[in-house]
Design a protein around this ligand. Sequence first.
Ligand SMILES: NC(=O)c1ccc[n+]([C@@H]2O[C@H](COP(=O)([O-])OP(=O)(O)OC[C@H]3O[C@@H](n4cnc5c(N)ncnc54)[C@H](O)[C@@H]3O)[C@@H](O)[C@H]2O)c1
Length: 278
Amino acid sequence: MQKNVVVLLGTGSIGQAIARRVGAGKHIVLADLKQENAERAAKILEDAGFETSTIVADLGSKESILKLIDAAQKIGTVKNLINAAGVSPSQASVQDILRVDLYGTAVLLEEFGKIIAEGGSGVVISSQSGHRLGALSEEQNEQLATSPTDELLSLPFIKAITDTLKAYQYSKRCNVLRVMYEASRWGKRGATINSISPGIIITPLANDELHGPRAEGYLKMLRLCPAGRAGTPDEVGDLAEFLMSSRGRWISGSDFLIDGGTTASYWYGDLQYLKATH
Ligand SMILES: NC(=O)c1ccc[n+]([C@@H]2O[C@H](COP(=O)([O-])OP(=O)(O)OC[C@H]3O[C@@H](n4cnc5c(N)ncnc54)[C@H](O)[C@@H]3O)[C@@H](O)[C@H]2O)c1
C-alpha cells in the first residue's frame, strides 16, 4: 500500500512543530541543508512515534528540489508540504537570501504543485517582516507573483536590493504573492496552499538574541507588542494544523499573520518607533 508522505524542508523547531501535528500515521521526509539538523529532528520525532527519513536538500537549488521530490515519491504519495527552511538577514548575504528565500520558495511551490496529491495541502513559513514593507505597485506585485522562476532574480527592483533586511522583506512578500499565484494550480489538483507570517518565535537562535548584546531592544519590543511576549513554535504549529486539516479545505492562497499584534502596533501603535530603524 502506498504511504502518505509529509515533506518538511527546514527541520528547525517551527518545522518540527508543524510536522508533529500533521505527520501521525504518515511518513515524514525531513529535508535540510544540514544533515545534522535533519538527523536531530529525526531522533526527536522517531522517539515520539513518528516514521521519518532524512535527506540533504538545498531550497536555493532547483536540482536539489527535484531530487527531493524524486526521493519523496519513491516512498509514497506526497500529501503535505511544509516549507520552514530559510535564511535570515543577520545570517546571510543579500544574494543568498534572495536565492534561498525568494527564488527557492517559488521553485519549490511550482515543482510540488506538479505532484501534490488530491486532498493535499501545503504551508510556507513567511514572516511578519514582509508586512513591514510598504505597498508595492500593482505591476511589481504581479511580477513577483507570476514571473517565470528563472526570471525572478533579474527583475530590476530585485536586482537593486543592497541590504539584507530589504532582501528578506522582499523575499517574504514574494512568498505570499507566489502562494496566491500557485493556489490556482494547486487547486486544479484538489490541494490547498497557504502561507503563515510569524512574528518573533522563540527558537534556539531567537533565544540567543534575547540573551545577547541586542537583548534590550528585543525585550522592549516584546514588552510593547499587544501580546506582551514572543510566540512559540507550537502556536505556529496549531495554526498550520488547522490550515492543513479537513477543516481548512476552503482556505487557499491566503497569508496568516501570527505575531501577537506586533505588525498592527508597528504601523499604528506603540511600536511605531521601530519604523525609523526598518
Ligand atoms: N524564528 C522566528 O522568529 C521566525 C519569525 C518569522 C519567520 N521565521 C521563518 O521561519 C522559517 C524557519 O525559521 P526557524 O526560526 O525555525 O529557523 P531555524 O534556523 O531554526 O530553522 C531553519 C532550518 O532551515 C535550514 N536551512 C537553511 N537554509 C536552508 C536551505 N537553503 N535549504 C534547506 N534548508 C535550509 C537550516 O539548516 C535550519 O535547520 C524561516 O523561513 C524564517 O525566516 C522565523
